[in-house]
Design a binder for this molecule. Structure first.
Ligand code: ATP
Length: 596
């Protein structure tokens, strides 16, 4: 309990004041103070009850005064009757006394006054914000303007909250119905003013409620960057692109981040036959994490399917995938990429035809056509550029069939490129990639150009690698943080991350240097990759090594019905298992017919 000031007589009286310096006086003052404290401790319950009775009395008087005169008689009669009943029942007066004391103690308890309303500094901040909005939210001729210089900000700001350090955390403001909230430019102006006045350096979300003419600003926490590559609990056909805000998605996944396991809200991309956005395009500035995202996708895809990687940048950042089960090839040279993509294109057709035939025969599509095939192309425009210089086919040409028909054939295409070279992306790539990701620093205009809608959040002050925005089809734009999935072969990768990524890699099917024959699985069946297909049709036919910088050009050879198809230039080579000479026929459609 707070110490009470001493009675005036002990401080003000002149004789005592003269002796104020003496030790005995100090002792007496201390004694008096202690006695006063002890007395107030002892009498505290009585003081509380007394205070409560006073409050009850005052409330009773108020009630009496507020009762209409014609009702006072019945009320007095009712109270008198109650007193009489209490008086007559055994122990009534005693119980009534206890009851009154209890009520007094309850009413007299000390209540900490609730501080309501903003502090002076906060009020000042809100007023400044209001004034800053006046030019944008007022119009001449408005007879009762909601926003006017020197106006009432409390009318405009329906809700507000500040954090402990006095910074605005949430603000809900009303705006006049004539404000053009349907126009992006008008909205952006208001968002910019609020961003500046609420304090830069934090991320905000703006939620426009056009029906109620209300705008809500909320401060967002930074997305966690401690989630590394790991097995995510997803169904087949689901791929975790990264993690976002808890209130943006309805689902959470258990993840291990740092030392603990917690639930995090994922951005899950669904692929396959029922997907409305079966292919993905990732764009960003260099070094913002596109390769990392593609590596993360490849590791997840390898759980249930086969993966072909085209590494246009040729930096060998997919080296960890070479020779792993399910990895049909990692190509970084133009010739290898062309041959592999051509094979993938034919494989898509083959799957479609096989599926159609099975359906016409009244059966289900064969299992090997239902195993997901992923084509992961990192910077294909770099290869397109080389193709122009060498007057050869653009590798993107061979993405057309997988992009158009991949959904039905369980073929998924993922393309990543940089903003600067995005114009070199082919029309099919632009048209058929409905799942989109933008990574790294990007203006609202850049985000809108890629995702089709601007983000409703402000950019972070510091953009960590793997941070960006995702949009699946016409869904809202989501903030995104990609799980850290660095190259385990890179010296700069930390031990923990290296182990996390390595743990997700499928088994080796051949030595990592690609020297020996291996047995990756394509179409759910074992295939022979011993005959390396590297530089071009000629070299491939001889099984020669790549001469164009292919990291590990191993063309897939789909074995079915006792025959193996391997991509050779513009045609498919079919080798029978009856020891006959390979027949070279045009395209895989004919290959399928030949097998049939
Ligand atoms: N999600 C992430 N979490 C942590 N670090 C990341 C993440 N994404 C990328 N990085 C780091 O950022 C750096 C660049 O990443 P990455 O190579 O994936 O980017 P990029 O866009 O493909 O770059 P480039 O244009 O050079 O190929 C690497 O050191 C990588 O480890």
């Amino acid at each position: 309990m707070a110490r009470r000031p001493l009675p005036r007589i002990l401080t003000n009286s002149a004789p005592l004041a003269r002796m104020a310096h003496s030790a005995s006086l100090a002792r007496s003052r201390e004694l008096a103070r202690t006695a006063a404290d002890s007395a107030s401790d002892v009498f505290h319950p009585l003081i509380t009850i007394g205070r409560g009775l006073r409050r009850l009395g005052a409330a009773g008087r108020e009630r009496w005064a507020g009762t209409p005169k014609d009702q006072r008689g019945p009320l007095a009669f009712f109270v008198g009757a109650c007193v009489l009943v209490v008086w007559l029942v055994p122990y009534g007066p005693l119980l009534a006394l206890i009851g009154v004391m209890g009520a007094g103690a309850w009413a007299g308890r000390e209540r900490t006054p609730v501080v309501t309303g903003p502090s002076e500094a906060e009020t000042e901040r809100l007023r400044a914000l209001y004034e800053a909005l006046v030019p944008y939210l007022s119009a001449e001729g408005d007879p009762s303007p909601l926003y006017a210089h020197g106006g009432d900000w409390e009318r405009a700001f329906a809700e507000y909250a500040f954090d402990d350090s006095g910074r605005l955390e949430r603000l809900q403001l009303k705006y006049p119905a004539y404000f053009t909230d349907g126009e992006d430019r008008s909205r952006v102006r208001i968002e910019q003013v609020l961003y500046a006045k609420a304090g830069r350096g934090r991320e905000y979300r703006f939620t426009w409620d056009e029906l109620a003419n209300q705008l809500t600003l909320t401060v967002l926490d930074a997305l966690p960057t401690d989630i590394a590559a790991q097995r995510f609990v997803t169904s087949p056909g689901e791929t975790v692109l990264g993690f976002t805000d808890p209130d943006s998605v309805q689902r959470t996944l258990p993840v291990t981040g740092g030392e603990e396991t917690r639930d995090a809200p994922p951005v899950v991309w669904r692929t396959g036959q029922r997907s409305t956005e079966p292919h993905l395009l990732v764009l960003g500035q260099p070094g913002t994490g596109a390769t990392t995202l593609l590596r993360s996708i490849a590791l997840q895809a390898l759980q249930h399917g086969d993966v072909l990687v085209i590494d246009g940048s040729g930096t060998g950042e997919y080296g960890c995938l070479v020779g792993r089960q399910g990895v049909l090839g990692v190509e970084s040279g133009l010739a290898g990429a062309l041959a592999t993509l051509e094979w993938a294109s034919h494989e898509t057709e083959r799957r479609l035809i096989a599926g159609n035939r099975a359906r016409q025969a009244g059966g289900a599509a064969p299992d090997e056509t239902r195993r997901p095939l992923w084509i992961i192309a990192d910077r294909p425009t770099a290869l397109s550029h080389i193709a122009v210089a060498e007057e050869r086919d653009d590798p993107q040409r061979w993405l057309q069939v997988p992009l158009r028909h991949g959904r039905a054939a369980q073929v998924t295409v993922v393309v990543a490129d940089q903003f600067e070279t995005a114009e070199l992306l082919s029309d099919p790539v632009r048209a058929h990639t409905k799942a989109r990701v933008v990574l790294g620093p990007a203006t609202a205009e850049e985000v809108r150009a890629v995702l089709g809608a601007p983000p409703h959040t402000t950019p972070p002050a510091q953009v960590p690698p793997g941070r960006g925005y995702a949009r699946l089809g016409n869904a809202p734009v989501l903030r995104l943080q990609v799980p850290a999935t660095p190259d385990p072969l890179d010296d700069a990768t930390g031990q923990a991350h290296r182990e996390a990524v390595t743990a997700l890699l499928p088994e080796h099917t051949m030595p990592a240097d690609g020297a020996g024959p291996g047995e990756p699985v394509a179409g759910g069946k074992r295939v022979d990759v011993g005959k390396a297909v590297a530089a071009g049709p000629a070299a491939r036919a001889d099984g020669a090594e790549a001469d164009d910088g292919s990291a590990a050009a191993k063309a897939p050879q789909a074995e079915e019905s006792g025959s193996v198809a391997e991509p050779v230039g513009a045609s498919a080579r079919v080798r029978t298992d009856k020891g006959g000479e390979p027949r070279v026929i045009k395209g895989s459609v004919e290959a399928v017919r030949a097998e049939g």
